[in-house]
Design a protein around this ligand. Structure first.
Ligand SMILES: Nc1ncnc2c1ncn2[C@@H]1O[C@H](COP(=O)(O)OP(=O)(O)O)[C@@H](O)[C@H]1O
Ligand SMILES: [Mg+2]
Length: 224
């Protein structure tokens, strides 16, 4: 398995707070990883750096042999759009458009050819069918249940076949039955899309089933 992520002694400081205080880790292509730790331990900060949403104060984040520090804003935007899929606790669906148009937003921003766009439409419709949210496509996000919103969110995250699927407390907003379903879904889909899956959670029940685990404490990785 080839290395997809390499982080070396990465630090991220916000004024007084040392959100990350020297993190070193490697992740391999196509594997699934779980990051757990108490609230405030730096889990989200780490995920944002991996997703190119923020930059480290010190150290390098290397994804697919590219040092994200060396990318300019435009290149980072392309990286986020084409390479990464994000699933957050709260969905970031736009309330001004129906779910179908929300699903196609990343593809529209990507400037795809007509053929590529047709492929994305097919992928999105087929995922909607298998995730049983076809009936939601013409609805607005606020008309959906929490579980439906999260499934739409997951489809959007996968719409451009990301190599890296980053999930920050993806079940934080769901009951335990729906949480198990969403995690299973993320794992199944990540496999199907050959994506590397990184899930952040502080739910011990979800954590149990992951083979590769990182435990964070006070901005550092400790032995899981
Ligand atoms: N934008 C920010 N500004 C200032 N402090 C922040 C910011 N983001 C995170 N922090 C601080 O960094 C630490 C780690 O936060 P975070 O990565 O969100 O932890 P977690 O996701 O594990 O709960 C916390 O002490 C938090 O208050
Ligand atoms: Mg967090």
């Amino acid at each position: 398995m080839s290395l997809i992520i390499k982080i070396e002694n990465v630090k991220k400081f916000y004024n007084q707070s040392r959100a990350l205080n020297g993190v070193t880790l490697s992740m391999h292509e196509g594997e699934e990883y779980l990051i757990r730790g108490a609230s405030g331990s730096g889990k989200s900060t780490l995920l944002y750096l991996l997703g190119g949403l923020d930059k480290p104060t010190e150290g390098n984040v290397v994804v697919n042999q590219k040092n994200l520090n060396e990318l300019n804003d435009e290149q980072l935007a392309v990286y986020r759009n084409r390479y990464v899929g994000f699933v957050f606790q709260f969905h970031f669906l736009l309330s001004s458009m129906d779910c179908y148009n929300n699903l196609l937003l990343p593809a529209r921003l990507a400037g795809l050819s007509k053929n590529e766009m047709a492929e994305v439409v097919q992928r999105v419709l087929s995922l909607a069918k298998s995730l049983e949210v076809t009936h939601c496509l013409e609805k607005y996000p606020y008309e959906l249940s929490g579980g439906e919103q999260q499934r739409i969110n997951i489809i959007r995250a996968l719409s451009l076949k990301p190599k890296l699927l980053l999930c920050d407390e993806p079940t934080g907003n769901l009951d335990s039955e729906n949480s198990q379903k969403v995690i299973l879904l993320l794992r199944t889909l990540a496999k199907e899309f050959h994506a590397t899956l990184v899930v952040v959670t502080h739910d011990p029940q979800i954590a149990q089933s992951f083979h590769n685990q990182f435990l964070m404490k006070d901005g550092m990785l400790v032995t899981a």
